[in-house]
Design a protein around this ligand. Structure first.
Ligand code: 1AG
Length: 135
Protein backbone atom coordinates (compact mmCIF):
# COMPACT_ATOMS: atom_id res chain seq x y z
CA UNK A 1 0.00 0.00 0.00
CA UNK A 2 1.22 3.48 -0.85
CA UNK A 3 2.16 5.82 1.96
CA UNK A 4 -0.69 8.04 3.14
CA UNK A 5 0.63 11.58 3.50
CA UNK A 6 -2.84 13.12 4.10
CA UNK A 7 -3.10 15.89 6.61
CA UNK A 8 -1.44 19.07 7.78
CA UNK A 9 2.22 19.31 8.64
CA UNK A 10 4.25 22.15 10.07
CA UNK A 11 7.90 22.84 9.38
CA UNK A 12 10.13 21.96 12.27
CA UNK A 13 13.61 22.04 10.79
CA UNK A 14 15.30 22.97 7.53
CA UNK A 15 18.90 22.10 6.61
CA UNK A 16 20.74 23.80 3.77
CA UNK A 17 17.65 25.64 2.50
CA UNK A 18 19.61 28.79 1.65
CA UNK A 19 22.09 26.91 -0.58
CA UNK A 20 19.16 25.33 -2.41
CA UNK A 21 17.62 28.79 -2.93
CA UNK A 22 20.96 30.13 -4.21
CA UNK A 23 21.18 27.28 -6.70
CA UNK A 24 17.76 28.42 -7.98
CA UNK A 25 19.14 32.00 -8.33
CA UNK A 26 16.82 33.43 -5.66
CA UNK A 27 17.98 36.92 -4.71
CA UNK A 28 19.43 37.80 -1.29
CA UNK A 29 16.41 39.63 0.12
CA UNK A 30 13.96 36.91 -0.91
CA UNK A 31 16.27 34.24 0.53
CA UNK A 32 16.37 35.99 3.89
CA UNK A 33 12.57 36.12 4.05
CA UNK A 34 12.17 32.55 2.78
CA UNK A 35 14.59 31.15 5.35
CA UNK A 36 12.60 32.60 8.26
CA UNK A 37 9.19 31.42 7.11
CA UNK A 38 6.92 29.17 9.05
CA UNK A 39 5.84 26.72 6.34
CA UNK A 40 2.88 24.37 6.43
CA UNK A 41 2.30 21.44 4.07
CA UNK A 42 -1.23 20.28 3.36
CA UNK A 43 -1.51 16.91 1.60
CA UNK A 44 -4.77 15.89 -0.03
CA UNK A 45 -4.45 12.38 -1.39
CA UNK A 46 -6.99 10.54 -3.52
CA UNK A 47 -5.31 7.36 -4.68
CA UNK A 48 -2.48 8.43 -6.95
CA UNK A 49 -3.86 11.94 -7.43
CA UNK A 50 -2.28 14.20 -4.89
CA UNK A 51 -2.44 17.90 -4.05
CA UNK A 52 0.34 19.43 -1.99
CA UNK A 53 -0.15 22.94 -0.65
CA UNK A 54 2.84 24.77 0.77
CA UNK A 55 1.51 27.64 2.85
CA UNK A 56 3.24 30.57 4.51
CA UNK A 57 2.53 34.19 5.41
CA UNK A 58 4.76 35.31 2.49
CA UNK A 59 3.66 33.12 -0.42
CA UNK A 60 1.70 29.96 -1.09
CA UNK A 61 2.39 27.25 -3.62
CA UNK A 62 0.06 24.51 -4.76
CA UNK A 63 0.77 21.48 -6.92
CA UNK A 64 -1.66 18.80 -8.08
CA UNK A 65 -0.40 15.74 -9.95
CA UNK A 66 -1.14 12.16 -10.76
CA UNK A 67 1.66 9.74 -10.02
CA UNK A 68 3.25 8.45 -13.24
CA UNK A 69 1.96 11.28 -15.46
CA UNK A 70 4.44 13.89 -16.64
CA UNK A 71 3.19 17.48 -16.51
CA UNK A 72 4.30 21.04 -17.07
CA UNK A 73 4.94 22.63 -13.69
CA UNK A 74 5.16 26.40 -13.42
CA UNK A 75 6.89 27.21 -10.15
CA UNK A 76 4.88 30.41 -9.78
CA UNK A 77 5.95 32.59 -6.87
CA UNK A 78 8.98 30.39 -6.29
CA UNK A 79 11.70 30.63 -8.96
CA UNK A 80 9.08 31.14 -11.72
CA UNK A 81 10.43 28.56 -14.12
CA UNK A 82 8.61 25.96 -16.20
CA UNK A 83 9.78 22.39 -15.74
CA UNK A 84 8.63 18.95 -16.87
CA UNK A 85 7.72 17.19 -13.67
CA UNK A 86 7.16 13.50 -13.13
CA UNK A 87 6.25 12.03 -9.75
CA UNK A 88 6.67 8.32 -9.14
CA UNK A 89 6.62 5.95 -6.19
CA UNK A 90 9.99 4.58 -5.18
CA UNK A 91 8.93 2.17 -2.50
CA UNK A 92 7.35 4.31 0.23
CA UNK A 93 8.80 7.51 -1.18
CA UNK A 94 7.16 9.99 -3.50
CA UNK A 95 9.88 11.09 -5.92
CA UNK A 96 9.66 14.01 -8.36
CA UNK A 97 12.08 14.85 -11.15
CA UNK A 98 11.85 18.40 -12.50
CA UNK A 99 13.47 18.55 -15.94
CA UNK A 100 14.38 22.01 -17.20
CA UNK A 101 16.99 24.70 -17.08
CA UNK A 102 18.45 23.50 -13.78
CA UNK A 103 20.31 20.20 -13.70
CA UNK A 104 19.54 17.47 -11.20
CA UNK A 105 16.39 19.14 -9.91
CA UNK A 106 13.68 17.40 -7.96
CA UNK A 107 12.29 16.42 -4.58
CA UNK A 108 11.39 13.41 -2.47
CA UNK A 109 8.79 13.02 0.28
CA UNK A 110 8.63 10.25 2.84
CA UNK A 111 7.45 9.60 6.38
CA UNK A 112 9.72 8.27 9.08
CA UNK A 113 8.88 7.91 12.75
CA UNK A 114 5.71 10.00 12.29
CA UNK A 115 7.59 12.92 10.72
CA UNK A 116 7.21 14.13 7.13
CA UNK A 117 10.48 14.59 5.27
CA UNK A 118 11.14 16.64 2.13
CA UNK A 119 14.44 16.50 0.31
CA UNK A 120 14.83 19.31 -2.25
CA UNK A 121 17.65 19.03 -4.79
CA UNK A 122 19.03 21.47 -7.35
CA UNK A 123 22.38 20.90 -9.05
CA UNK A 124 24.73 19.79 -6.24
CA UNK A 125 22.68 21.32 -3.41
CA UNK A 126 20.41 19.25 -1.19
CA UNK A 127 18.04 20.69 1.40
CA UNK A 128 16.20 18.58 3.94
CA UNK A 129 13.03 19.77 5.62
CA UNK A 130 11.31 17.98 8.49
CA UNK A 131 7.65 18.54 9.36
CA UNK A 132 5.56 17.41 12.32
CA UNK A 133 1.85 16.69 12.27
CA UNK A 134 -0.35 19.65 13.08
CA UNK A 135 -3.16 18.99 15.54
C1 1AG B 1 8.37 22.24 -3.45
O1 1AG B 1 8.09 21.25 -2.56
C2 1AG B 1 8.87 23.51 -2.85
C3 1AG B 1 7.76 24.26 -2.14
O2 1AG B 1 8.22 22.09 -4.62
C4 1AG B 1 8.29 25.55 -1.51
C5 1AG B 1 9.49 25.29 -0.66
C6 1AG B 1 10.65 25.86 -0.93
C7 1AG B 1 10.80 27.00 -1.89
C8 1AG B 1 11.35 26.57 -3.20
C9 1AG B 1 11.89 27.44 -4.03
C10 1AG B 1 12.04 28.84 -3.51
C11 1AG B 1 11.92 29.93 -4.47
C12 1AG B 1 11.73 31.16 -4.00
C13 1AG B 1 11.62 31.50 -2.56
C14 1AG B 1 10.41 32.36 -2.32
C15 1AG B 1 9.44 32.02 -1.47
C16 1AG B 1 9.46 30.86 -0.56
C17 1AG B 1 8.03 30.53 -0.21
C18 1AG B 1 7.92 29.17 0.42
C19 1AG B 1 6.48 28.85 0.68
C20 1AG B 1 5.67 28.63 -0.55
C21 1AG B 1 7.77 19.98 -3.10
C22 1AG B 1 6.38 19.60 -2.74
C23 1AG B 1 5.33 20.52 -3.25
O3 1AG B 1 6.23 19.55 -1.33
O4 1AG B 1 5.53 20.99 -4.50
Amino acid sequence: MATDFSGNWELERSDNFEDYLKALNIDFATRKIACHLHQTKVFIQDGDTITIKTLSTFRNYELTFTVGMEMDEHTKGLDNRVVKSLVTWQGDRLVCTQKGEKANRGWKHWIDDGKLYLELTCEDKVCIQVFKRKE
